[in-house]
Write a protein that binds this ligand. Structure first.
Ligand code: MG
Length: 225
């Protein structure tokens, strides 16, 4: 569970699942050597991967290459089952920022073998969120700046208007497969510029209208020793 500022108080984020979109920005699909998809690419992250502002991202020993991915995250407010796109926004509570941290070397290996991405995407601390939850009524998400810096250097910078599949269509697609529960999170994909993280790195991620969230990066070895 992560507690984030929301309206006049706090929102306790306890998703039953974190649904993620892959390759939802054309430039990012290309940088990973993929075609732009005709259907949404969907995978899950476990809720155990969630951390909030102030918690470190831990680079696991099993990976030598962990990438950052900044994403607009949608938080579901009402149970949604087979919801059409025209009604989809009625089921949204609000928005936050989610970093879809990815063990890229393990993902490449899985892709090569035709195996799922669960391990590459599922380590503890691989779903940092924050800085707050913004009420859907306070934010038009169609064309917001989204960006990420590592140690002060801009690595990702794009606009949410570049998304291939838009939020209502994503909700229609996903809710046609799995019922979305209140508190569930949908991470809508990352723009181009993903890159590796190292022990000691400092990340700043922002989305216009939501704010900026910061995380430190530590290696698992540095914590256990
Ligand atoms: Mg992603």
């Amino acid at each position: 569970m992560v507690r984030l500022p929301f309206r006049d108080g706090f929102y306790e984020l306890r998703p039953s699942k974190i649904v993620c979109l892959g390759r939802n920005y054309a430039e990012h699909a290309r940088e990973l050597g993929h075609e732009v998809p005709k259907e949404p690419v969907v995978f899950l992250k476990p809720p155990s991967a969630l951390i909030g502002p102030g918690d470190p991202i831990i680079l696991p020993r099993m990976s030598k290459h962990v990438d950052h991915e900044v994403e607009l995250a949608v938080i579901i407010g009402e149970r949604a089952k087979r919801v059409p796109a025209e009604k989809a926004m009625d089921y949204v509570l609000g928005y936050t920022i989610l970093l879809d941290i990815t063990a890229r070397d393990l993902q490449w290996e899985a892709k090569k073998k035709g195996l799922p991405w669960t391990i590459a995407k599922g380590f503890d601390t691989f779903a940092p969120v924050g800085p707050r939850v913004v009420d859907k009524r306070e934010l038009k998400i169609d064309d917001l700046e989204i960006g990420l810096k590592v140690n002060g250097e801009v690595k990702q910078l794009a606009r949410t208007s570049e998304m291939i599949f838009k939020v209502p269509d994503i909700i229609e697609y996903v809710s046609g497969i799995m019922t979305l529960e209140p508190g569930d999170v949908i991470a809508t994909g990352t723009p181009a510029g993903v890159g590796p993280l190292r022990h000691g790195d400092h990340i700043e991620a922002w989305i216009e209208g939501i704010g900026k969230v910061e995380f430190d990066v530590l290696s698992e070895g540095s914590i256990l020793c």
